[in-house]
Design a protein around this ligand. Structure first.
Ligand code: HSE
Length: 433
């Protein structure tokens, strides 16, 4: 049997895991795909002690792999934008299929990369870029292919989930827990990608494009991180029967698609509320199947390698299949151009927290402003006043309201003499339909 030759570019955490899984499970992969998968070349700046490359040609030049006529599939695991993009486009130009774990590259340059791949009739697969080892793209592309996807919601950044979990359990402030996440090696090289929601927005853009068949729209994704969430918010949410999770939400409506990443109150009884620590989870609502939920490791060497190898195996199965429709494996066909709705058009219930001077009538004035804007209150907490400054936290849950209307009401609340500082606002989702 002529082997399918795989070239791995990058031998870091995911690259070494991929080589290890391909070598360790070579017999299973051969029997499942009907193809022998051979690691035929590796490009790495330095050896990785967690991976034995004996007998595999290693080069320090990634373009040697991209232009090597023997290589069928180039696996891009170097990360970053510019060099990774050039590498992927060079591989495509040379007729190679590409597997990547690079969500930033796909989310921001995917439309261009897929156009190049279509021209050359090759596959670009990226399962490992979204929620690590969870086969979320495969679920959308295959298992749920017969469904019209209504919406999906996911905990798709493990670092952010770890930070919120620790803040809730220990009552520690954000900055302290971020430092712990960095010490444990969870946070990306630039932690702003994790904590300000950019990493989750990359992943959400990719999920949504697969769910709705629309072009990638990372640049239109509303992105809010977790750095403004306080231990008090987590505590108050719990008192109201909710958890705060950092969610990526994509929803198809009659007016367009909602694409938003932000901290979200979800009912504590919902399964997603128990997804803690660095774990990821994706909930998908399809018109035929209803809701399905996927849970697993969103990062790490072999969990991510598991997804990389799944893509390699998919391509290997197609390579010798006569007449196989290879490009659609990317699932992104340019698709329907459905508008992405601005966040001000989104309807959501809300959690509001404000610091009020402890005077008679404050609560009345707050509820009056909300009432004037047609904002219906669902629950209310008034905390005891602090001796230090005589202020007390007022916490409200509202019924669903259009965000633009809420913003006007928030400005009026903040202008009241009774309210000190900005009003914290976190969206609430019941994830029920
Ligand atoms: N930094 C990412 C996370 C892992 O924390 O989920 C890779 O996507």
């Amino acid at each position: 049997m002529k082997p399918v030759k795989v070239g791995i570019c990058g031998l870091g955490t995911v690259g070494s895991g991929t080589v290890n899984v391909l070598l360790r499970n070579a017999d299973i992969l051969a029997s499942r795909t009907g193809q022998k998968l051979q690691v035929a070349q590796i490009a790495a700046r330095r050896p990785n002690p967690s991976c034995d490359t004996t007998g595999i040609p290693v080069t320090s030049d990634i373009y040697e792999v991209a232009t090597n006529p023997d290589i069928d599939i180039l696996v891009e695991l170097i990360g970053g934008y510019d060099v990774a993009k050039k590498l992927v486009l060079t591989a495509i130009e040379n007729g190679k299929h590409v597997v990547t774990a690079n969500k930033a590259l796909i989310a921001e340059h995917g439309n261009e990369i897929f156009a190049a791949a279509r021209e050359k009739n090759v596959v670009v697969a990226y399962e490992a870029g979204v929620a690590g080892g969870i086969p979320a793209i495969k679920a959308l592309r295959e298992g749920l292919v017969g469904n019209r996807i209504n919406w999906l919601a996911g905990i798709i950044n493990g670092t952010g989930n770890f930070i919120l979990t620790e803040m809730k359990e220990k009552g520690s402030p954000f900055s302290e827990v971020l430092k712990k996440a960095q010490d444990l090696g969870y946070a990306e090289a630039d932690p702003t990608f994790d904590v300000e929601g950019i990493d989750a927005a990359h992943k959400l853009a990719i999920l949504a494009a697969n769910a709705f068949g629309t072009p990638l729209a990372f640049d239109k994704t509303y992105t809010q991180g977790i750095s403004q969430v306080t231990p008090d918010d987590l505590q108050y949410a719990q008192e109201l029967g909710y958890r705060i999770k950092h969610l990526g939400i994509a929803r198809r409506t009659e007016q367009g698609v909602e694409l938003r990443v932000h901290p979200t109150l979800i009912p504590e009884s919902h399964l997603l509320a128990s997804v803690d620590g660095v774990m990821n989870s994706v909930l998908i609502d399809g018109d035929a199947v209803g809701q399905t939920l996927y849970y697993g490791a969103g990062a790490g060497s072999e969990p991510t390698a598991s997804a990389v190898v799944a893509d390699i195996a998919d391509i290997a199965r197609l390579i010798d299949a006569p007449g196989a429709a290879v490009p659609p494996i990317a699932a992104l066909n340019g698709g329907e151009n459905v508008p992405v709705l601005p966040i001000t058009d989104v309807n959501a219930a809300c959690y509001l927290r404000m610091r009020a001077k402890d005077h008679p009538g404050v609560l009345m004035r707050v509820t009056e402003v909300l009432g004037q804007h047609g904002i219906n209150i669902d629950a209310l907490l008034q905390k005891e006043s602090r001796e230090s400054d005589g202020t007390a936290d007022i916490v409200l849950l509202t019924h669903e309201i259009k965000e633009s209307l809420l913003n006007t009401a928030l400005k009026e609340l903040e202008a009241l003499n009774d309210i000190a500082g900005p009003v914290a606002h976190i969206r609430v989702e019941h994830l029920s339909g």
